[in-house]
Design a protein. Structure first.
Ligand SMILES: [Zn+2]
Length: 216
């Protein structure tokens, strides 16, 4: 079934269709563009890992993972399966789907080797949360040190704090700066930190300090 730019595989109820549209539109509005993506719905861990192997070559799933994006393809559990296969509840489905769709939009920029991993996870979390959080963040990781997925894991998978940091940047400097940064990331090979400084006229460490101060 095709819903706008989304090719969907699975049995799709009307309410699920609405959820897909909402998650897609959230991203379309943020990025101000449309892309074609595929979403595969699964019910069991075995199905999930089979599809995962097909889209990205690895067949492992951490017990908390309920969705995964690779390029423009997503594999995700049906909402009603979330609490059977993980500690996530069905209510988290909309957030997870919007987060994975953001990864598909971001895949346009993944050619850049220096895309920092806190940004790779923080931007989808910000877009999926669909609001600017005002809450305290808890202890903030050193974002400038989170470069690879391994660094991200070592920092305790700080999805939430990364999302808050992106929210802080959008709130303070506007969405356009994020889009400018993405375009620069796509078109040049300079480091993320250098490009960040060019776009924000501020170095990443200073931005990080401002964020920590603001959210204490
Ligand atoms: Zn993610």
């Amino acid at each position: 079934m095709k819903i706008k730019g989304v090719e969907v595989f699975g049995d799709i109820s009307n309410s699920l269709k609405q959820k897909i549209l909402k998650a897609y539109n959230l991203n379309k509005d943020f990025f101000s563009k449309s892309i074609n993506i595929e979403i595969l719905f699964v019910k069991t861990d075995v199905e999930f890992r089979n599809e995962l192997k097909r889209i990205c070559g690895k067949a492992e799933r951490e017990p908390w993972v309920v969705g995964h994006a690779s390029g423009k393809k997503i594999v995700i559990f049906y909402p009603e399966c979330f609490n059977k296969v993980s500690n996530h509840s069905e209510e988290e489905f909309d957030f997870v789907l919007a987060h994975e769709i953001s990864h598909c939009f971001l895949s346009e920029y993944f050619r850049h080797k220096n895309l920092l991993f806190w940004f790779v996870e923080g931007l989808p979390n910000y877009i999926a949360s669909n609001k600017l959080p005002k809450k305290k963040t808890g202890k903030s990781p050193k974002f400038s040190k989170i470069i690879t997925p391994k660094d991200f894991k070592a920092a305790g998978n700080p999805y939430r704090q990364s999302g808050y940091f992106v929210a802080f940047l959008v709130e303070k400097y506007g969405k356009e700066k994020v889009l400018q940064l993405l375009i620069k990331l796509r078109d040049t090979t300079e480091s993320f930190s250098d490009l960040f400084e060019q776009v924000y006229e501020l170095n990443l460490k200073k931005a990080e300090q401002d964020f920590i101060k603001r959210h204490k």
